[in-house]
Design a protein around this ligand. Structure first.
Ligand code: HEC
Ligand code: HEC
Length: 171
């Protein structure tokens, strides 16, 4: 068979695309390999993607950033996600266990493929509604109105909530 010059362009394009694809795969590999080393309540074999999704849900349910629960290692100049130094992180573990128990005991919750209790009925947002500090929440007044339990971000520093604006909201 004679070499057809017309084929040269598509062949070059195809191999170029394949090279690019393999390069991005190699680039992503180290990130995916970074295994979580200090999981006590979430499944140890959880994927990077699932862990990321859950962390995002916890943060947005409480209206906080990652550093509300995770400390920064100043020497390494990055967040030390495995460290248990912040009490908020320990509280979050308890909260997960509590929510899992509520779902199991009072609702028809199932476990997912990783044997993790699904927070399908009661989850962090059910109670927190974008507010981290709930300890000062009081009973709502009859008929709602002023004095009712505030919902949503920003409400936590309001009068009667006893909460100073949280310093941990910075990135
Ligand atoms: C409300 C508290 C809270 C927030 C907010 C939070 N995390 Fe976490 N994170 C935890 C807890 C608790 C664990 C440990 C879970 C366990 O013990 O199974 C954890 C574990 C991790 C781990 C695994 C660390 C290891 O090696 O064991 C990573 C990575 C992580 N979080 C990233 C994030 C990122 C990124 C964000 C922001 C999007 C975030 N977290 C926000 C509480 C939080
Ligand atoms: C059934 C309601 C409920 C659910 C569900 C719930 N929480 Fe909470 N959470 C509370 C209450 C109430 C407090 C305040 C407790 C106190 O300090 O007296 C609190 C406090 C916290 C705190 C401490 C905040 C602070 O003031 O320092 C963290 C962190 C937290 N919750 C994380 C979570 C996470 C993460 C989830 C989901 C896995 C979750 N919570 C689910 C009710 C709930």
């Amino acid at each position: 068979m004679r070499f057809n010059p017309k084929l040269l362009i598509p062949v070059c394009l195809l191999s170029g695309a394949m090279l690019l694809a393999s390069m991005t795969l190699i680039q992503q590999a180290p990130k995916e390999d970074e295994k979580a080393v200090n999981l006590k309540v979430l499944p140890k074999n959880i994927s990077h993607k699932d862990l990321d999704r859950i962390m995002g849900q916890w943060a947005s349910s409480l209206g906080v950033k990652c550093n509300f629960c995770h400390v920064r290692n100043e020497e390494l100049k990055k967040t030390d996600f495995a460290s248990d130094a912040k009490p908020e992180k320990l509280m979050a573990r308890k909260m997960y266990l509590m929510a899992a128990k509520l779902n199991k005991k009072y609702f028809k919750a199932e476990k997912d493929s990783l044997n993790m209790m699904k927070l399908s009925s009661v989850n962090c947002y059910t109670c927190h509604r974008g507010v981290a500090h709930l300890e000062a929440a009081t009973w709502p007044k009859r008929g709602g109105g002023p004095g009712a339990v505030p919902a949503g971000p920003g409400a936590q520093a309001g009068p009667g909530m006893g909460g100073a604006p949280s310093p941990d909201k910075k990135p």
